[in-house]
Write a protein that binds this ligand. Structure first.
Ligand SMILES: [Zn+2]
Length: 314
């Protein structure tokens, strides 16, 4: 389909967010206002069905917009330098070349990136990291992942892995300080910081220090009632998180760290993070600004739409 003059003046941008259970498409204006979105279930066991589900969403968007939007896609897992996928959440895509396969099917240019990296891109583009030169976006939710943006662009690197802070080993000094065991991680390594600081890790710490269960909701309630087990859990948790983020400061020296994901909704974590980061930095180095994400759950489609938009302008 040839673009009309109207389309050339105001192209729309599609962001596709692929999760382990749902695929969402959002249609965005050039100013990134979302006009419309749809969701479908993710086919995770059959690759052809998976590709077709994305294809159908894009066709639906084209029909709705009466034009051909740019396409950016975010998905969990690793999309390596050859665009080969490794994704625990979408097993049928593992080992496949998703960009080539989708472009063959849909006949348009498609850009794909890791969903945590796109969270960072979304926040640095009109979000909590707007107008900042170096923005690190960190998600603390079911897992721990992130991404780095410099001058409004996602850092593109050899393995497309920059920002994957959850799978750096937890500080041995802190494991010893709190008598914590070295835990196995889903990635195949042991002792990854994600095992302690993501949502399930926080629940595990709470029980480790003496609680009856691993409920993070109960942990927050008890913390606010000054329960000693919750307080001990909090100090240990923040020490681990502060140490992990101090390593990010020494590696990337960002202007701002934007924090998203379920645990970013716990104000005590956000409010105390700078102090705990500084406990792990030597004299003369200070914590960057810590900000809560502005776009939350909308970051997936929004970040993907920005990626497609930037690629079209490149
Ligand atoms: Zn790991």
């Amino acid at each position: 389909m040839l673009p009309t003059n109207k389309q050339q003046m105001s192209p729309l941008h599609y962001g596709v967010d692929i999760g382990g259970t749902k695929i969402e498409i959002g249609i965005f204006t050039p100013a990134l206002k979302m006009l419309k979105n749809w969701r479908v279930s993710t086919p995770t066991s059959n690759y052809d069905d998976f590709l077709e589900a994305i294809h159908q969403l894009i066709r639906k968007a084209d029909t709705w917009c009466e034009q051909v939007g740019t396409i950016g896609i975010g998905m969990p897992g690793i999309i390596d330098r050859a665009d080969k996928v490794k994704s625990a959440n979408v097993p049928c895509a593992t080992g496949k070349f998703i960009v080539k396969d989708l472009q063959n099917l849909i006949g348009r240019t498609i850009t794909v990136a890791n969903d945590c990296r796109l969270f960072a891109l979304s926040e640095c583009y009109g979000g909590a990291g707007n107008n900042q030169e170096v923005v690190y976006g960190a998600i603390i939710g079911t897992g721990a992942g992130g991404g780095l943006c410099i001058n409004g662009k996602l850092l593109k690197t050899v393995n497309n892995i920059a920002g994957e802070y959850g799978h750096v080993a937890a500080s041995g000094m802190l494991l010893e300080r709190y008598n914590l065991p070295v835990r196995a991680c889903g990635c195949g390594l042991v002792g990854c910081i994600e095992s302690y600081i993501a949502g399930p890790g926080l629940g595990w710490l709470y029980k480790f220090f003496g609680a009856k269960n691993e409920s993070t909701t109960e942990f927050v309630e008890q913390l606010r009632m000054n329960n000693p087990i919750a307080q001990k859990t909090f100090t240990c948790y923040m020490d681990l998180l502060g140490s992990s983020f101090a390593a990010l400061v020494l590696s990337y020296d960002p202007d701002v760290i934007v924090v998203g994901g379920g645990l970013s909704k716990i104000n005590e974590i956000i409010d105390n993070l700078s102090d705990f980061i500084e406990q792990h930095l030597f004299d003369g180095v200070s914590s960057p600004k810590i900000r809560k994400a502005e776009y939350g759950d909308a970051s997936g489609v929004r970040g993907a739409a920005i990626l497609g938009k930037q690629n079209a302008l490149a």
